[in-house]
Design a binder for this molecule. Structure first.
Ligand code: SAM
Ligand code: SF4
Length: 391
């Protein structure tokens, strides 16, 4: 059978160009290395793809790069699967069967993986969960991670309920960025969505974290759900502009444990933006030049405030994805929607040295999924729901 071949040139920074040609090459994966370059040949849907890395072999082999040429720079680490909320878009009302203590990576194990991952080019780490602040001594973990050379940014995603008590310790430990999830500013609606009547405590937590300017920016994350979020878009804009919080809406994804997600529930970033523009006039795009940035970011014509839309469903950004995730029980996931995981915990607990751990990470990352297939016949539900993965 005649096969179509693409010769694809990648640099460490991304795709450089693609050349199409006819060829007659074995469709099995080959790896050839020359002194200077690495050339990979693999098949993709029966099409042979040559991936030529235009960088020195040693350089490539040290960095986490996948078979589509994406360089992995960001790692989310879930430190617990437990949570004190039961958001309807994430967890069932009765919770989930929690992991046993022995199944969860210790701080020592987390720091070990992080140190090796940073040596392979990870620059940003975000701690998440479940609700990360329900785990004991999070500031201690932050202190240890901050001490690793090469880490540029360390952030935390939280539902905010424990921030009143913990902000000071988090700031002192060296936390530099925070995302607080908040889907409604109305008490009843908040209680209905989170199944917990705790809006006041979250708002108090936000007030507290504001006292520590080393934690900057403070981002508010809201999931955009049709029929639920539209009415409060402008309230959130006013709230964020007054408080100098950065506002983000993320499209609802099929990652809820109840599997109640329907595509009709998606409220797209484009629709949210139109609601804001009807009130404030055209938004002004902010460009950072970072191709792996997930949010479309905007300010207002008066320059006050920032809003952003993360549109994984209506405008997937898989082609520039630079993220991997580690679950609380030490499984490496190379996509939110992965159906396979790599068991780092067993590798760690078998006494692996840094080299073996690095090889395991590189091998897993190499097989990172091309894309999620939401809205496509090929879509498969992820093997875990959001709180078990770490969003
Ligand atoms: N408990 C913390 C929190 O809520 O911020 C951290 C973990 S939570 C799983 C991380 C983020 O995932 C939150 O901002 C939450 O809103 C988001 N999330 C959860 N389920 C989602 C879904 N089905 N679609 C989109 N985002 C979701
Ligand atoms: Fe808990 Fe966060 Fe999931 Fe809500 S979104 S149930 S706060 S893990």
């Amino acid at each position: 059978m005649r096969k179509l071949c693409y010769l694809t040139f990648y640099t460490i920074k991304g795709l450089l160009g693609v050349v199409t040609l006819d060829c007659n090459v074995q469709s099995k994966m080959l790896e050839q290395s020359t002194q200077k370059y690495v050339i990979f040949i693999k098949t993709l849907n029966n099409v042979v793809v040559f991936v030529q890395m235009l960088h020195k072999r040693d350089e490539i082999m040290q960095l986490l790069t996948d078979s589509y040429g994406r360089r992995i720079k960001s790692m989310r680490i879930s430190i617990t699967d437990k949570c004190n909320f039961r958001c309807t878009y994430c967890m069932p009302a009765e919770g989930l069967p929690w992991l046993k203590k022995a199944e969860i990576l210790s701080y020592e194990e987390i720091v070990h993986v992080a140190r090796v991952a940073i040596s392979l080019g990870i620059e940003q780490i975000r701690l998440t969960g479940g609700e990360p602040l329900v785990r004991r001594d999070v500031p201690e973990l932050i202190r240890q991670l901050r001490a690793i050379d090469g880490l540029h940014s360390l952030s935390l995603t939280t539902n905010g309920i424990l921030l009143k008590q913990q902000s000071k310790a988090l700031a002192e430990a060296g936390l530099t960025r925070i995302n607080v999830s908040l889907d409604s500013l109305m008490r009843e609606k908040f209680a209905q969505l989170t199944r917990r009547d705790q809006l006041d405590r979250v708002l108090e937590g936000l007030e507290e974290v504001e006292k520590y300017p080393t934690i900057h920016p403070i981002k508010i994350n809201a999931v955009a759900i049709r029929g639920y979020s539209e009415a409060e878009v402008l309230d959130f804009v006013r709230f964020a502009r007054n408080k100098a919080y950065v506002m983000r809406w993320i499209e609802f994804m099929p990652l809820d444990a109840d599997q109640a997600w329907r595509k009709e529930d998606i409220l797209t970033g484009g629709e949210m933006k139109a609601i804001i523009e009807a009130e404030y006039g055209p938004l002004v795009q902010i460009t950072s030049g970072d191709p792996s940035e997930t949010a479309r970011r905007y300010t207002f014509s008066d320059g006050i405030g920032e809003v952003g839309f993360i549109n994984p469903v209506s405008e997937p950004f898989c082609s520039t994805c630079d993220r991997i995730r580690i679950t609380a029980d030490g499984q490496l996931r190379t996509c939110l929607f992965a159906t396979d995981e790599t068991d780092l915990r067993t590798v760690l607990r078998s006494g692996a040295d840094d080299e073996l751990l690095a090889a395991t990470l590189r091998q897993a990352v190499w097989k990172k999924e091309l894309k999620h297939y939401i809205g496509d016949k090929r879509f498969k539900h992820a093997s875990r729901s959001m709180s078990m993965i770490g969003g």
